[in-house]
Design a protein around this ligand. Structure first.
Ligand code: SAM
Length: 185
């Protein structure tokens, strides 16, 4: 499957195996399919608010990934039902990418505030307002697991992997987003 450099980098930043990974605002679900291919989770969840997209994606997954565990959810990411899938000691990974920073932070805030006792890691890639996103993540007491910068079609994207269990602070400007990560086409 051919995917953008940004989506490829996001998939590469999923290093651990998770019980549940949520590909949120998934559109055609390309990132979740990469993670299914790589066997990164017991179950990959695809979430978007557009019913027609989700119907089409479900049909595709039934044809292509009949032997793997996945679920399609047509719902607002702010209402993600993480607490229905908790397993003791195992964090779930929530990925939100390809949406603006303001929406992304509204979604992360809603998830954190509605389900404070669920163990969750976030992998985030906003398309704008990364500085604001970083400040908001720090305000939510989310700490940094890893971060990187990726160039894709002459645009730069920051990717942040964060969780409440991580101790390293999220800084307003990425300390670890070194130029060594930058690749030009
Ligand atoms: C540009 S696509 C991003 C696709 C993919 N995540 C990526 O990084 O390329 C944005 C998607 O977010 C979805 N979306 C926007 N707000 C949402 C919300 N509150 N809950 C679920 N999906 C949402 C839209 O329907 C759209 O399919």
């Amino acid at each position: 499957m051919k995917v953008s450099r940004r989506l490829h980098q996001l998939s590469e930043m999923v290093r651990d195996h998770y019980s549940h990974i949520w590909d949120c605002c998934c559109d055609h679900g390309l990132l979740g399919q990469l993670l299914l291919d790589r066997g990164q989770a017991d179950c990959v969840h695809f979430v978007d608010v557009v019913p027609a997209l989700m119907t089409q994606l479900e049909a595709h997954l039934q044809q292509t990934y009949s032997g793997k565990r996945w679920q399609v959810h047509c719902l607002d990411v702010a209402r993600l039902p993480l607490s229905n899938y908790t397993q003791a000691g195992k964090p779930q990974l929530v990925i939100i990418a390809g949406v603006g920073g303001d929406l992304l932070m509204d979604l992360v805030t809603a998830i954190c505030q509605s389900q404070p006792n669920v163990s969750v890691e976030f992998l985030l890639c906003p398309v704008y307002h990364t500085y604001k996103v970083r400040r908001a993540l720090a305000d939510l007491s989310l700490g940094l697991i890893s971060e990187t910068l990726v160039e894709d079609k002459q645009r730069f994207y920051e990717i942040l992997h964060v969780s409440a269990a991580a101790c390293e602070p999220v800084t307003p400007v990425g300390n670890r987003c070194g130029t060594s990560q930058i690749r030009f086409t």
